[in-house]
Design a protein around this ligand. Sequence first.
Ligand code: HEC
Length: 227
Amino acid sequence: MFKKKNLTAAVVVSASAALAGCDQFFQDASDREVDITQMSPEELAEHLVLETDSYRMDQEVQEGGTGRERMQQDEVQALCSLEGSPDSETAGQVVAAARASYERPDGGVELGDWRRGAELARSGYGYRVGHNNDDHGTREPGANCYACHQMDPAETTYGTIGPSLANYGRERGTDESVLNYVHEVVSNPHQYFPCTYMPRFGRNFLTEEQISHVMAYLLDPESPVNQ
Ligand code: HEC
């Protein structure tokens, strides 16, 4: 799948293609503090992507702090970035860290409005930085579930990195145990799927209210996901 290594390899291929027969690049580079000729292909790719002013690492990002601070891995990200797929010891550490940081909402898990959840599930807006930062003052960040999941069985456009969630509520009902499980997965899926590709939506990404809407979209018997 989309391992970072493959991305880096792709960047290296295009970078070396661009560098071939281009002496000027090395001339310029020797004036800088870093000597790119001493870098490994991976270091060179990282340098070209992140440190050559194509992306300004000092710019402010929407969650506060700077782009460079966003690059600092937390415990789960660091464990999941180790070479190869996580062994059982690493997976255990990831699950433990995820469980330790999980918080169930006061008063228990409740379902919100599936219509609002449908909008959020489709929207990939928010937290993007680059030439134009997403303005959260004019439009709320979305959840982008469709990037990876089928949800409404009538929807024809969706990603397939994650399993289909069509009829999710119809097959499971809305018992407290189901509500708790889905809240745990959406907040921090590493509690069940260590080193998953699914984002941890409870980490300052979606509000509890937004999570309740997305959960209603999955579980409410009236939601198109369950028709
Ligand atoms: C970047 C891809 C990605 C995004 C975005 C994503 N998911 Fe997932 N999701 C996954 C993957 C992959 C799994 C399966 C776990 C695994 O094996 O890693 C999963 C699993 C799940 C499960 C558990 C299914 C089960 O077996 O019970 C639920 C529920 C879920 N996702 C809901 C959501 C919701 C709701 C959203 C949007 C708020 C969302 N996901 C966004 C990738 C994603």
